[in-house]
Design a protein around this ligand. Structure first.
Ligand code: AMP
Length: 494
């Protein structure tokens, strides 16, 4: 057994690895439970030899025992999304040809017919199997497949090896100073790299404690912050917005208490989508913390981060993380040497994934001379990297100008009548693409296109000012809270 994350757990033994609804679970218990799951999966076989095993399990000790059990048995972990309907689950199960799906009484119905061709294994049954000697699992083996949505094609399975995951964890543990004294709540979906690697794996690698409530609830998170026991918080911008909203609804005395309790945390991190500067500023007023914004992707883990110590610059994602090589290239693929010129981010190093599952063509196309082409545009200013958005969707080509949707959103968000907004480019015979804005008004406010344009013209170059506006009750978002821009585009194309 060579899985370093699991091997390290032996050093922590009685320490609490996971705290869930059922109570505390030590590292020792985790190792034993994982060994049982591994036995249940293997049956008479000595090694799963990279067979895919899917699981649909709410955040809990059982989730971790199953994840580690699959790894110990030599299998590839395929965590399923709790909010996915049957057709999406079916797609993942068929694409991975998962030989088994591990379920709980709460999730078995959700799998429904999607699980017809796989063995359905209740987690309670898996945890009862007798532990047996474990196979030797080398770091070069495939460990995990996570599904990531493209803008045009069906989701692709991102395959990471144990070595990839180890490199991703090591980089973050070093950069963010993880230790066994840390305690973090897991409030992110567990089918996505942010929740899996940045939170869960980094915590367990470090001998820290991961609190796993069944779902995200702002009241509960604030309660845990107020307990003074947490040291870390990691979330996506939408979660910080919800925490801000909850805080604002509290009576003044309680607000005060909650704000004071934030000082006990040593670090709060935001990522997976651009953090609006307005959210960073409001959170600072409330918590006293400057959120550390970082940039990453399922395929590469984390790549850029503002510093743990030192200046965190709003609107930027800081510098390359340890062990991650980055470069910016122009449209011809030539590296850009000078600061201030926009380019596409390319990444190299052990953190970078192995392949798209059974998609050799797409895997080949995703790399250039050994560098992974992220499809994200950025610019380096004074050493700090600033993300301009995905080249395919956030870089809008309008009237001969190239503009960043993220930059326009950042400005529009400061409009007093708007609660939220998103900007997309929609094909147009005259302009190439038109800058279109979908927005949600603050309650009691209404915003017209003419009014918005007049306001925006004083703040943005005229070609960046939206020429179409659609008001919505809410923006379409995925399970990670990210705006689904292709769906927004369709609204304008209809
Ligand atoms: P995912 O693979 O789901 O984590 O999505 C990765 C994508 O999220 C990246 O390719 C970026 O487009 C976007 N992203 C992640 N972090 C940030 C950030 N801090 N700022 C802007 N975009 C981000």
């Amino acid at each position: 057994m060579k899985i370093e994350l699991v091997r390290r757990a032996r050093d922590w033994q009685e320490r609490t690895a996971v705290l869930d609804c059922a109570g505390k679970h030590s590292y020792e218990e985790l190792l034993e439970a994982a060994a049982r799951v591994a036995s249940a999966l293997r049956g008479e076989r000595s090694d799963l030899e990279e067979a895919r095993v899917a699981f649909l399990i709410p955040p809990s000790f059982d989730y971790v025992a199953v994840q580690w059990g699959i790894w110990l048995a030599g299998g590839v972990a395929v965590p399923l999304c709790l909010s996915h309907p049957e057709p999406e689950l079916r797609y993942v199960l068929e694409d991975t040809e998962a030989e088994a799906v591990i379920v709980t009484p709460a999730t078995i119905d959700q799998i429904g017919k999607a699980g017809e061709d796989s063995r359905l294994l209740p987690v309670s049954e898996a945890l009862e199997a007798e532990p047996k000697p474990l196979p030797d699992v080398k770091a070069a083996r495939r460990a995990q497949i996570l599904y990531t949505s493209g803008t045009t094609s069906r989701p692709k399975g991102v395959v990471s090896t144990h070595a990839n995951l180890r490199a991703q964890i090591r980089s973050l543990v070093q950069a963010w100073g993880w230790s066994e004294q840390d305690r973090i709540p897991e409030i992110l979906p567990l089918h996505h790299t942010h929740g899996i690697v940045n939170v869960l794996c980094c915590a367990l690698w470090s001998g820290a404690t991961c609190e796993m409530p069944p779902r995200f609830d702002p009241a509960r998170v604030w309660e845990r912050i107020a307990s003074g026991e947490l040291t870390l918080l990691m979330a996506v911008p939408t979660i910080y917005v919800k925490l801000i909203r909850f805080w604002e609804e509290q009576p003044p005395e309680r607000r005060d208490e909650l704000s004071k309790s934030c000082r006990r945390l040593r670090l709060m991190v935001s990522g997976s989508a651009a953090l609006p500067v307005s959210v960073l500023e409001r959170w600072k007023e409330i918590s006293g913390h400057v959120l550390l914004e970082r940039y990453g992707m399922t395929e590469i883990g984390m790549a850029l981060s503002n510093p743990l110590d030192g200046e965190r610059r709003p609107g930027t994602v800081g510098f390359p993380l340890p062990g991650v090589e980055l470069r910016l290239v122009d449209e011809a693929g030539a590296p850009i040497a000078e600061d201030g010129r926009e380019g596409e981010i390319e990444v190299r190093g052990e953190t970078v994934f192995q392949e798209y599952w059974r998609r050799p063509e797409e895997t080949r196309a995703a790399f250039r001379e050994g560098w992974f082409r992220t499809g994200d545009m950025a610019v380096v200013e004074d050493g700090y990297w600033r993300i301009l958005g995905r080249s395919s969707i956030d870089i809008i080509k309008t009237g001969g100008y190239k503009v960043s949707a993220l930059e326009i959103e950042e400005v529009l968000r400061t409009h007093p009548g708007l609660a939220e907004c998103t900007v997309v480019g929609v094909e147009d015979a005259e302009w190439g693409e038109r800058v279109c804005c979908a927005a949600v008004c603050r309650s009691g406010e209404s915003v017209t296109l003419d009014g918005l344009r007049e306001w925006a013209r004083e703040r943005l170059a005229v070609y960046k000012v939206p020429t179409r506006l659609r008001l919505l009750a809410e923006l379409p978002r995925n399970a990670m809270g990210k705006v689904i821009k292709p769906d927004v585009k369709k609204l304008f194309e209809e």
